[in-house]
Design a protein around this ligand. Structure first.
Ligand SMILES: *[C@@H]1O[C@H](CO)[C@@H](O)[C@H](O)[C@H]1NC(C)=O
Ligand SMILES: *[C@@H]1O[C@H](CO)[C@@H](O)[C@H](O)[C@H]1NC(C)=O
Ligand SMILES: *[C@@H]1O[C@H](CO)[C@@H](O)[C@H](O)[C@H]1NC(C)=O
Ligand SMILES: *[C@@H]1O[C@H](CO)[C@@H](O)[C@H](O)[C@H]1NC(C)=O
Ligand SMILES: *[C@@H]1O[C@H](CO)[C@@H](O)[C@H](O)[C@H]1NC(C)=O
Ligand SMILES: *[C@@H]1O[C@H](CO)[C@@H](O)[C@H](O)[C@H]1NC(C)=O
Ligand SMILES: *[C@@H]1O[C@H](CO)[C@@H](O)[C@H](O)[C@H]1NC(C)=O
Ligand SMILES: *[C@@H]1O[C@H](CO)[C@@H](O)[C@H](O)[C@H]1NC(C)=O
Length: 332
């Protein structure tokens, strides 16, 4: 009997049929894409209008030469004891400047109803299931506010592309924006080691910028060598356990104990807050998570149980290098 887990581990691709082991999971769990973006529920009301000056992405002339900028600015910085140290929570965007028209543009991806609403649900009276206002989307607008990005952040030229490449990127942004709908705050890993298994990847502003750079590299963009660091909010846990979706947990056939546990878990965390209050709330989670070694994660509209382990939660500001491009196909 003792040998069984070892054998199963040696043959991980399902050569043991039947109930010997659970179906092989793919880690990290792939982020789910949808066919289209549903309208947000009217219960979700933004305190600050999403993308107030947004516009459609313009079609550029083929022969245009467009400079691409990395933009980054702190959302919130604070010091929290030795556990988290000095936290640098950065927001990322990308800038474009057309040399034919002299106009410039900013593109970013962020929460429709702010970070608190994307991270914690509302427990509404008369509703069993926690209620989420967790959409995020891309926002494109004319202008780059140099002072805003430069003051304590970054505004740096990273590559130059052609109008054709820009127009191809615009098509991809449309697809990406229609199919990648829900914001995911947390990265979940097995340990702080670089090689540790990643159970879940976050899906937030910086991931959109990384995808955009990768798309440009695939189109032939060659990036400069500059160090590019990004913020990640990481939870540490043993292998996650799949629990089910809203219907299977909170519906008529659901397990009442589990449903109550999930609601209880989210009870202390209020989503209404400002960014500052959010991080104060985040610090409260640590206490609760350390005490109980448990976390209920909502990812792809499904719930997972995370058996939490030391060091539980970390906020890191680490390098993810710019992509290494392949040979230019569209030219600049
Ligand atoms: C979070 O969602 C609630 C419910 O719609 C809303 O009242 C609140 O304004 C939202 N918070 C922010 C910061 O937008
Ligand atoms: C992305 O989708 C949102 C929500 O539908 C929309 O407001 C926004 O304009 C779209 N962004 C782009 C760049 O098309
Ligand atoms: C973007 O355009 C504005 C307005 O013309 C200008 O003030 C700013 O310096 C430009 N920024 C960049 C990075 O091109
Ligand atoms: C930039 O940093 C300075 C000094 O720490 C601070 O006073 C200022 O408010 C910061 N500006 C922004 C936009 O965060
Ligand atoms: C660059 O590589 C990517 C991925 O390997 C590929 O999809 C793309 O077609 C390539 N682009 C060019 C311009 O060679
Ligand atoms: C929820 O899970 C059940 C059982 O696994 C499945 O039949 C159902 O289609 C799922 N519902 C949604 C909305 O994904
Ligand atoms: C119901 O959920 C609880 C808490 O997660 C669990 O301990 C129990 O085994 C579950 N019961 C059934 C019948 O699945
Ligand atoms: C950027 O990331 C690198 C490697 O991940 C790290 O060594 C460096 O200290 C980071 N820079 C800042 C300013 O935190």
């Amino acid at each position: 009997l003792l040998l069984l887990p070892l054998l199963a581990a040696a043959a991980p691709y399902g050569s043991f049929p039947g109930p010997l082991r659970s179906p092989q999971r793919r880690w990290p769990v792939p982020y789910r894409r949808f066919d289209y973006r549903p309208k947000a529920d009217p219960y979700c009301q933004a305190r600050y209008t999403f993308c107030p000056t947004g516009s459609a992405i313009p079609v550029m002339k083929k022969e245009d030469v467009i400079e691409v900028y990395r933009l980054q600015t702190p959302v919130w910085e604070f010091k929290y004891g030795d556990l988290l140290g000095h936290l640098k929570i950065m927001h990322d965007a990308v800038g474009f400047k057309s040399s034919l028209t002299g106009r410039n543009y900013t593109m970013e991806w962020y929460e429709l109803f702010q970070l608190g609403n994307c991270t914690f649900p509302h427990l509404r009276p008369g509703m069993d299931a926690p209620f989420w206002c967790n959409q995020g989307a891309a926002c494109f607008y004319e202008g780059i506010d140099d002072a805003h990005w430069k003051e304590n952040g970054t505004l740096v030229h990273v590559t130059t592309i052609s109008g054709t490449m820009f127009n191809e990127m615009a098509k991809w942004v449309k697809y990406d924006n229609e199919t990648g709908i829900y914001y995911e705050t947390w990265t979940v890993k097995a340990s702080p080691n670089k090689q540790a298994t990643v159970w879940f990847d976050s899906y937030e502003c910086s991931k959109f910028i990384l995808r955009t750079y990768q798309k440009l590299a695939d189109l032939g963009a060659v990036f400069k060598r500059v160090q590019t660091n990004y913020t990640s909010i990481i939870l540490f846990s043993g292998e996650p356990v799949y629990l089910g979706n809203e219907t299977s947990i909170f519906g008529p056939l659901g397990n009442r104990t589990l449903a109550a546990d999930v609601r209880d878990f989210y009870d202390p965390f209020k989503p209404y807050q400002t960014v500052r209050e959010f991080f104060v709330g985040l610090v409260k989670i640590i206490d609760r998570v350390i005490l109980n070694h448990e976390f209920y994660l909502f990812y792809n509209l499904e719930y997972w149980f995370l058996p939490m382990k030391f060091p539980y939660l970390k906020i890191v500001y680490e390098e993810i290098p710019l992509p290494v491009g392949n040979k230019t196909a569209f030219g600049v």
